[in-house]
Design a protein around this ligand. Sequence first.
Ligand SMILES: [Zn+2]
Length: 344
Amino acid sequence: MYFGSVRFFKDLIIVCIATVIAVSIGLAIFFGVKYASLKNDYEENVAKPVINNIAEEEKEEEVKKSLDEIYDEMKKQGYSDDEILEYIEKENPKSFDKYVSALKAIRNAPSYTKLFPDLYVEAPKKNEISDKTIYLTFDDGPAENTWSILSILRKHNVKATFFMCAVETEQDIAIVKQCIADGHTVGIHSASHDYETIYKDVDSFLLDMKNTSDGIYKATGVKPDIMRFAGGSVNAYNEPISKELCEEVKRRGYTYFDWNVSGQDASNNATWTSVYNNILNGVGERNNAIVLLHNRDVSVYVTEDIIIALKNRGYSFDKLTNETTPSQFTIPPEEQLSDSKGIR
Ligand SMILES: [Zn+2]
């Protein structure tokens, strides 16, 4: 009898094992194939496009970055703008429009925008100005008189702003360092302060600005990020290029400050009384004021009295930063129209 015999059970066990093995292999093959096709689908429909997109974006980024270089190089080799455009269209037909607008921006940028790549600072994120606050500014230092001004400010615990000319001598360096050590702001004015030279064109202006910035940076390790144009942002000497100057300075991240109250202390017939009255009347009922002073003898005599008088009127004092809302001219300052050499 085969069923129920030892041999039957032996065969049954073999058949069972064989079936398990066969089913396992079958399943493995089935899922293997299925996985492979899923994987294929994934690579075809999901992964590849993503990878391609990344590659495409990277490529675009690269091309954009090198666009400036391509343009400069081809320009150097004498190609016209149209020829350069044609070349770029041929190389990058798909994204041509983007490149055209980028190229136009490069093509239209004035050449002075390429000068002095170090003459940039971080642009302010916001600009604000405090209520009941006076911002005293002293132009044309460093000078011997700066020491006296510093000690008056220290005595009254007042922070102020110094717009500097060239920093060259040991004495200049010591003064600028002391301004920083006392917690004041040191800004760029003009190394040469020679209107004819600095306002000849934007290139000349930027060279002077760079010299001033370098002088301050070498002396103190602090890179100035605010500036005041010699004679104000619009004056009789720079009027034809004033718009370009102001835009270029802003484009490089700097905040430039004119003033809304002037002591007129640079005038040769300035007296204690005239400067004192100019400032006190100029501040009048203002909520805040950016006050122009210099490093003259008369500026030294009057500074302490101005501080006391304005404190008595309830004002506090502060220094300017590149986040202070600036006062900026749109026309040359009145005092300058009557005497264009009145302001230094
Ligand atoms: Zn000046």
